[in-house]
Write a protein that binds this ligand. Structure first.
Ligand code: ADP
Ligand code: MG
Ligand code: ZN
Length: 651
């Protein structure tokens, strides 16, 4: 019936990167099972048939004319008639002998006596023979009568069933459209079960998802206390970082059914199919609750609506609307959690991100060195490794690799070893594989070499240090030289409290912090890279806004010269440039002054604390990510007081 029973093949069982189910037809275990069953059935039928055939071949078959002749000779004792089949028993020569039995066939439609008479036998001769009309046995009669029809029909049915199960080509989809194409992974199926143990690293993501697992495991506890349970969880991260894997691990941990469908599977030839698939999917999942619905690659349907580039896709919009409707239409106590994954959170429709929908967002970063080592360990579990294999070294050399890349690397290593007929994978196999994976077509993220790594480390350390020393900048939460998006690294700063307003002092410190990377590069390497280009854009825009929009320059005064034309009391605001060239020059000069000042401050901070800068950069090269606690320890070691939450103390 539905594709529900059709379990997907375990992901990556052939070393493939993605377990996309309907990409191509691969002979799975099930395929061979089906083939076997078909053969068994055919075999069974043939043997049944030959059983019937046998009864007639065991005894000698003679033509009807021979029977006539024998009757004339008076050697025939009796004839048993069964349909057209005649069983002729001959008279025994001696009492002790066994009677000779032969079979024959009469013409259809006439009785035996009639046939015999037709051959010119006289009645006396006929009467001397005992003629016994045997009722055809029910089964045999029907079998003989119907076999010619049933047999081919049966054969065709088997063939159809076989095709239906295996072919998922475009032609067959016409049979199933409308029904959800979701596959379900049953928690009882231990072979496919994935738990957090199978996901290496991703510590933060796992922590956040533990709550979801708790809820699914024990929903009553949460419902009784009136807690509002998140409905939607959006997993975000670059391709291959393990989003799909994590979602499955959540269901494995919670031991609940996992309904999965890919965003692109909603969108089909027929308009309206996507929406009805969504309905079916939710209906199925609700029946199985507590359960997880996982919409992979949700950006395929969840793009911002109505942008109309290249013509809006009505089908996609309907599907998206249906998802929104379904998400609004179930109560939190329905024990259903919707998870979705995307590597393009930026293109998602804001409606999806509203509270009550995908309001939980979990970011999955590319793995750092320790995580990479752990992932390599996970994927070497079933592979025989030589004694010289050192995962740490491999992890060090694979900056920027995703989990999928690392899995691929282990696989390539195994292939190399097998090709050279070795029983174990050596370190050299793995090192050669790094290059292979790097050159592979799927890699998109940038991989840093050692020099770039060092420069990035100093750059980020520069941001972090300036931000920590200046009083009005936000405290540093995390520093990383693992690329995120287009940036080679990032420094995450978060305010202690949510900010609704920003002050001039904060902006000034922010600009200095943003310049920290640039200044650090210049200071340490006496050279500059393009790595700071985005920083420069950001800080220039900030400085310009301070001057021309927020009235934060004494020289220009409280004038909003640049404006996005927001609504004012007197109608639409001014759009664009509404000032003289002289004022424009003044603005430019002020922007320059602010940035120059910030540059001076950043340079002073980094020169004074050069030792701390070196220490942070060194640590970054080593571990790639530094969390807040470790960072603050480093600061304290170098005599810098970490930031305190001032507001808290005031209370
Ligand atoms: P995504 O959905 O983010 O593109 P997947 O979840 O499909 O990535 O990951 C692809 C494969 O990479 C997984 O099947 C898994 O084998 C491997 N992988 C990715 N991340 C990890 C991880 N943290 N631990 C172990 N394996 C991982
Ligand atoms: Mg995926
Ligand atoms: Zn920077």
């Amino acid at each position: 019936m539905s594709e529900l029973q059709n379990k997907p093949s375990p992901e990556g069982n052939n070393g493939g990167k993605k377990g996309d189910p309907n990409q191509k037809f691969e002979p799975t275990k099930q395929f061979w099972m089906n083939l076997l069953i078909t053969f068994l059935i055919l075999f069974g039928l043939t043997s049944v048939f030959s059983l019937f055939a046998e009864s007639s071949t065991k005894t000698e078959e003679i033509p009807f004319s021979a029977v006539i002749y024998d009757i004339r000779q008076g050697t025939v004792d009796k004839i048993a008639v069964e349909g057209e089949q005649l069983t002729v028993t001959y008279k025994k020569a001696h009492e002790a002998d066994e009677a000779v039995v032969k079979v024959s066939k009469k013409e259809a439609g006439t009785s035996v006596s009639e046939s015999l008479a037709n051959y010119g036998l006289d009645t006396d001769t006929i009467q001397a023979v005992v003629i016994d009309i045997v009722e055809e046995s029910g089964f045999r009669f029907w079998f003989v009568q119907l076999a010619p029809f049933i047999f081919p029909l049966f054969f065709i049915l088997i063939l159809m069933w076989f095709l239906m199960r295996q072919v998922k080509g475009a032609g067959m989809q016409a049979f199933t459209f409308g029904q959800s194409k979701a596959r379900v992974i049953d928690p009882a199926d231990k072979g496919q079960r994935i738990t957090f143990k199978d996901v290496a690293g991703a510590k933060e993501a796992k922590e956040e998802l533990t709550e979801i697992v708790d809820f699914l495991k024990n929903p009553k506890k949460f419902i009784d206390i009136g807690a509002r349970i998140p409905k939607g969880v959006l997993l975000m991260g670059s391709p291959g970082t393990g989003k799909t894997l994590l979602a499955r691990a959540v269901s494995g941990e919670a031991n609940v059914p996992f309904f999965t469908i890919s965003g692109s599977e909603f969108v089909e030839l027929f308009v309206g199919v996507g929406a009805s698939r969504v309905r079916d999917l939710f209906k199925m999942a609700k029946k199985a609750a507590p359960a997880i619905i996982f919409i992979d690659e949700i950006d395929a349907v969840g793009r911002v609506r109505g942008t109309g580039v290249g013509g809006g896709n009505d089908e996609r919009e309907q599907t998206l609307n249906q998802i929104l409707v379904e998400m609004d239409g179930f109560e939190p106590n329905e024990k259903l959690i919707i998870m979705a994954a995307t590597n393009r959170p930026d293109v998602l429709d804001p409606a999806l991100l509203r509270p009550g929908r995908f309001d939980r967002r979990v970011m999955i970063d590319l793995p750092d060195r320790n995580d990479r080592e752990a992932i390599l360990q996970v994927h070497s579990r079933k592979k025989p490794l030589g004694e010289d294999v050192n995962m740490r070294t491999i992890a060090e050399r694979t900056v920027g690799f995703s989990g999928a890349d690392l899995q691929n690397l282990m696989n390539e290593g195994a292939i190399l070893a097998a090709r050279e007929n070795r029983k174990k994978i050596t370190q050299y196999d793995l090192i050669r594989s790094i290059e292979k994976v790097m050159l592979g077509p799927e890699r998109k993220s940038h991989v840093l070499n050692n020099k770039e790594k060092e420069i990035t480390a100093y750059h980020e350390a520069g941001h972090a240090l300036v931000g920590s020393v200046l009083p009005y900048a936000d405290p540093v939460h995390k520093i990383s030289i693992i690329s995120r998006g287009r940036a080679a690294g990032y420094t995450l700063t978060l305010p202690f409290q949510d900010k609704r307003m920003q002050s001039k002092k904060q902006f000034k410190d922010d600009i200095a912090k943003t310049l920290g990377g640039y200044v650090a590069e210049e200071l340490v390497f006496d050279d500059l890279t393009t790595g700071a280009s985005n920083d420069l854009q950001v800080l220039t825009a900030l400085a310009r806004n301070m001057v021309a929009r927020w009235g934060m320059s004494e020289k220009i005064g409280p004038l909003a010269l640049d404006s996005d034309g927001g609504q004012t009391m007197f109608g639409p605001g001014i759009v664009g440039k509404e000032y003289s060239d002289k004022v424009a020059m003044e603005i430019d000069a002020e922007v320059h002054r602010i940035i120059d000042e910030a540059y001076g401050i950043a340079k002073e901070v980094l020169t004074t604390h050069r030792k701390a800068l070196d220490a942070i950069a060194k640590k970054l090269v080593e571990v790639e990510t530094i969390e807040r606690e470790d960072f603050e320890q480093l600061l304290v070691l170098h005599g810098i007081e970490p930031k305190q939450d001032v507001n808290k103390e005031e209370k």
